[in-house]
Design a protein around this ligand. Structure first.
Ligand SMILES: C[S@@+](CC[C@H](N)C(=O)[O-])C[C@H]1O[C@@H](n2cnc3c(N)ncnc32)[C@H](O)[C@@H]1O
Length: 205
């Protein structure tokens, strides 16, 4: 095959199969994450707890992820960057301005094909979701964690994993959630302290 035909064949391949482009995509995601970290956004999980979230998610090899509380897409991009092939993330954000920024950040990180941002109240959107989720990251309003979980339970199955953020700092606002995952018998649950806050890891029995 001549040089030009080779290049043409290369360019006609799906983007994800071109190693060089994959490297560029990883660099793009990296750049967007560093930008968000530098923006002094206090909502985001941040690099340390984010690293733990990604480690848990990648060891679990999830195929279908749900996130509640997108903000500008930081944790979404962190997870999306490490996803196994064919895995998909649905993320829900109530604030249209944050959702718009998240969509832009996700596009700049070249993760659009695997991430869907839904704009609205998670408590109204979750009951409309048809899919079952094997990995859920809960990071919306702290006092609503239990309500999110109740709405979500029909979409979980044995082995589904739920990671809830800010379980140490906001413990008082999520007593009902923690009691449910720790004492209902429906989950195997444990707390992990990272930096100055913690996450609760619960697996549906
Ligand atoms: C702590 S921030 C999420 C941070 C993000 N997960 C990260 O680590 O990059 C919580 C977000 O949840 C959103 N939120 C609050 N209530 C919500 C609801 N009922 N449904 C969906 N999103 C909600 C807020 O607007 C806010 O952007």
């Amino acid at each position: 095959m001549g040089k030009h035909r080779k290049i043409k064949a290369h360019l006609s391949k799906p983007v994800s199969s071109i190693t060089g482009v994959l490297l560029l995509d990883a660099a793009a995601a990296h750049m967007v994450l560093r930008e968000i970290e530098a923006s002094n956004n206090h909502y985001i999980i941040g690099p340390k707890r984010g690293h733990i979230l990604v480690r848990i998610a990648s060891e679990f090899h999830p195929q279908r992820i749900l996130e509640i509380g997108t903000n500008v897409g930081y944790s979404t991009i962190l997870m999306g960057k490490e996803l196994p092939k064919r895995a998909r993330i649905t993320t829900i954000e109530i604030n249209p301005e944050f959702a718009k920024q998240a969509k832009e950040n996700i596009a700049r990180a070249s993760l659009e094909p695997t991430i869907e941002v839904l704009v609205g109240d998670a408590l109204k959107i979750i009951p409309t979701l048809k899919d079952e989720f094997d990995f859920v990251f809960i990071d919306g309003v702290k006092s609503q964690y239990y309500a999110y979980l109740q709405a979500l339970e029909p979409n979980l199955f044995r082995g589904s994993m739920i990671v809830a953020d800010n379980v140490s700092k906001s413990e008082a606002q999520m007593q009902d959630y923690l009691k449910h995952v720790r004492e209902s018998g429906l989950y195997t649950s444990r707390f992990i302290m990272v930096e100055n806050d913690g996450v609760e890891l619960s697996i549906r029995r």
